[in-house]
Design a protein around this ligand. Structure first.
Ligand code: PLP
Length: 450
């Protein structure tokens, strides 16, 4: 069968809003093949999901074996071995005493769970006035109403304003863009201090938590804060008795060269959210980690007043377990670090050739940059130009999938770009990816006269 998009019947999927895409046929490693015979490099692991790559036999066989035994058993009726074992293994990867795991089916659910755990903890510990979760702008923490409340992206929240409980937010630490006389480390402290200012403005007794990505994702394209940011944030949270939530949905699961993004700075948050790479696309899986100390008062209240039907199901957990085993067997953390260095220096090289590529950053295989009209002032391209969409389309036509968004933070708009192939990528495949990337930038510069 070889069906062209134009010959296919009309789609009933209403998220297909733009042009029709080719039908995907199969995938292996870093590649997809479509029914019309084309090959694509998965340069973004989908939306930073397929960390161990596609078509992994160990995961497929583990899931088949689990399905032969039992695919679904409700957590209130039975315990199951894959969930128990995966929780045990994940607990071993968490920092400090974060050894209690709560499974969900995705990143938004993980964030909802973190917000609700923080709030119920406040009630359970006789601090009922604490309910605000401070976040950052721009940021992305999920598409459900609670997660949107802590998401700093007006393009995604504005329409739903009446339904959303918007939370206070501080600027993301985009220190690389600042033009002042401070050192990076001074800027890191200054951005962290904004949290204290916000807590004081809101009233410390009303704030329950602060949520942030240790290394930024969709909204800030691999933003790496200065080192000084992390200890100061921890200090401020401790000073006011506020829980620190690290959203590691994108930066976790070895993506940045360490199991957690926060591991680069030995961070010890109170709650961690995970998804994407922990299921690596084989199953819809997410998790939240917290300490027994935090969870106990909540359980003593009669239980965590929260949960989802598919949480901790044996099939998704068997996938998660096999993904973790493969991540270790294939040395994904070390490979992400080594290949990330290659990819980052290649992008730095390209930024010298194409001045519209600015602020190259990231760790491991979460590499990002901004696409700007002026690399010194970071002046954005006009919205009407749709530069990032054109880049996505050009690269797609050449067989490379990229991830790029136009972010609308607090008034400012900016196009960004993320490079995040599967963590099993080889040096030769990086070379292939960079070559198509270079050709795509070349065509973009030519077409838009950049
Ligand atoms: N948190 C972060 C940091 C994310 O990047 C995302 C998704 O991109 C989410 C939460 C929401 O995850 P999901 O789309 O699986 O609900």
């Amino acid at each position: 069968m070889n069906i062209q998009a134009t010959e296919r019947p009309a789609s009933h999927l209403f998220y297909v809003t733009r042009l029709r895409r080719p039908l995907v046929d199969r995938a292996e490693g870093i590649y997809f093949w479509t029914e019309d015979g084309r090959r694509f490099i998965d340069g973004s692991s989908g939306p930073m999901v397929s960390n161990i790559g596609h078509g992994n036999r160990h995961v497929i066989e583990a899931m088949k074996r689990q399905m032969d035994k039992v695919s679904f058993a409700y957590r209130l009726h039975f315990e199951n071995e894959p969930a128990e074992e995966l929780a045990r293994r994940l607990a071993g990867k968490m920092p400090g005493d974060l050894d209690r795991i709560f499974f969900v089916s995705g990143g938004s659910e993980a964030v909802e769970s973190a917000i609700k755990l923080a709030r119920q903890w406040a009630v359970a510990t006789s601090q009922p006035k604490r309910w605000k979760v401070i976040s950052r702008f721009p940021s992305y923490h999920g598409g459900t109403m609670g997660a949107l409340g802590v998401t700093g992206d007006l393009a995604l929240t504005e329409t739903f304003a009446p339904q959303i409980q918007p939370m206070p937010a501080i600027p993301a630490p985009t220190a690389y863009r600042d033009r002042d006389n401070l050192t990076m480390e001074q800027r890191g402290v200054r951005y962290a201090d904004m949290l204290e200012e916000k807590i004081l403005a809101e009233g410390p007794e009303s704030v329950v938590a602060f949520i942030m990505e240790p290394i930024g994702g969709a909204a800030t394209a691999a933003l790496v804060p200065p080192d000084s940011y992390f200890p100061r944030i921890r200090e401020i949270c401790d000073k006011y008795g506020i829980l620190l939530i690290h959203d590691e949905v994108m930066s976790g699961a070895a993506r940045t060269g360490r199991y957690l993004g926060g591991d680069h700075w030995n961070c010890k948050p109170d709650i961690i959210t995970l998804s994407k790479g922990i299921g690596s696309g084989y199953a819809a899986l997410g998790a939240m980690a917290a300490s027994a100390k935090l969870v106990k008062p909540v359980l003593d209240m009669g239980g965590f007043q929260h949960g989802y039907t598919y949480a901790g199901n044996p099939l998704a957990c068997s996938a998660g377990l096999a993904v973790l085993e493969e991540m270790e067997r294939l040395g994904c953390e070390a490979n992400a670090a080594a290949m990330g260095d290659l990819l980052k220096s290649a992008l730095e090289g390209l930024s010298k050739r194409f001045p519209f590529i600015a602020g190259v950053r990231g760790k491991g295989l979460l590499i990002g940059c901004d696409l700007v009209a002026d690399p010194v002032t970071f002046e954005p391209f006009p919205k009407t130009q749709a530069t990032n969409q054109r880049l996505l389309d050009i690269a797609y036509d050449k067989g490379l999938i990229l991830y790029s968004r136009r972010i609308r933070g607090d008034g400012a708009e900016l196009d960004n770009l993320i490079l995040a192939p599967p963590l099993i990528i080889s040096a030769a495949e990086i070379g292939e990816m960079v070559s198509i990337l270079g050709d795509s930038f070349e065509q973009l510069a030519h077409e838009l006269d950049l």
